[in-house]
Write a protein that binds this ligand. Structure first.
Ligand SMILES: NC(=O)c1ccc[n+]([C@@H]2O[C@H](COP(=O)([O-])OP(=O)(O)OC[C@H]3O[C@@H](n4cnc5c(N)ncnc54)[C@H](OP(=O)(O)O)[C@@H]3O)[C@@H](O)[C@H]2O)c1
Length: 236
């Protein structure tokens, strides 16, 4: 049986790159999406053409109660699943004093609560490895996206605690991307400014994020580890 991997938010951008990379490595893909049904179907065709299976799972991760049934479906469809990549995320601007409850809840639900329960349910059904996608800013205190960054810092702590709680059957690690793709709200000027000041003077790409995630999934004796894929941005 081929190994499988569940990738949340797997239809577009970094998630698309992860789905494609793992398919090329011979994994069956359980591709989770929310609003990007068309992109998910197009990617499913591309992945099937690589000779592996790609099954689609639509779900709004704000619906936390639907996560247990989602994992049950994944288990039925792909019993050989050995990996979960918590990639889906929302990234909304808002300093502390303008963050209302709705914004706070959206960030915390999609970026922290959903990965928490996805990991819990993954560990009920499968053995293998969880990789959480964080953000290289977790070691700094940028306040422009206050609730977003708080959710990612907390997911970093969850990574360590879950690594302890879920061993020996499930390893839990994380990757912290730096500037990989411009966010929808930004033009490319932020990336250009950062490129001039980060130690390596160039940003990694989606492929390097996928390579780090893949490497962590292969290591049988590494858990609770965090890899920064950011051109050195986290040491600024
Ligand atoms: N882009 C970067 O340079 C960068 C930098 C640092 C960290 N990261 C992290 O890397 C990961 C991927 O980044 P990205 O820029 O590719 O992410 P993104 O485009 O902002 O979001 C990825 C996916 O999350 C899914 N999503 C959002 N809300 C959802 C919900 N309520 N329910 C289910 N799925 C939901 C969306 O799926 P649908 O499209 O199907 O709705 C979306 O395609 C994220 O965790 C992000 O925080 C990225």
């Amino acid at each position: 049986m081929r190994p499988g991997v569940l990738i949340t938010g797997g239809a577009k951008r970094i998630g698309h790159g992860l789905s494609h990379y793992f398919a090329q490595k011979g994994y069956d893909i359980a591709l989770h999406y929310n609003s990007s049904a068309d992109a998910a179907q197009a990617l499913q065709k591309e992945i099937n053409a690589l000779g592996v299976s790609c099954q689609l799972f639509g779900h709004d991760l704000c619906d936390i109660g639907g996560i247990a049934p989602l994992l049950e479906k994944v288990h039925k469809a792909m019993p050989g699943c050995v990996g979960l990549i918590n990639n889906a995320s929302v990234f909304e601007r808002g300093e502390l004093m303008v963050t209302d409850e709705a914004l706070f809840d959206r960030q915390m639900t999609v970026n922290l609560k959903a990965p928490f329960f996805l990991s819990q349910q993954f560990a009920r059904y499968f053995k293998g490895s969880v990789v959480n996608i964080l953000d290289s800013d977790i070691v700094q205190n940028n306040i422009s996206h206050f609730a977003y960054l708080l959710s990612k810092k907390s997911l970093g702590d969850f990574t360590q605690m879950a690594a302890r709680a879920l061993g020996p059957d499930v390893r839990v690690n994380a990757v912290c991307p730096g500037c990989i793709l411009p966010s929808i709200e930004n033009d490319t000027s932020y990336e250009e400014k950062m490129e001039a000041i980060i130690p390596l003077h160039s940003h990694p790409g989606v492929l390097e994020v996928a390579e780090a995630v893949y490497w962590l999934m292969q290591q049988q004796h590494i858990t609770g580890q965090v890899i920064f894929v950011d051109g050195g941005k986290h040491v600024l």
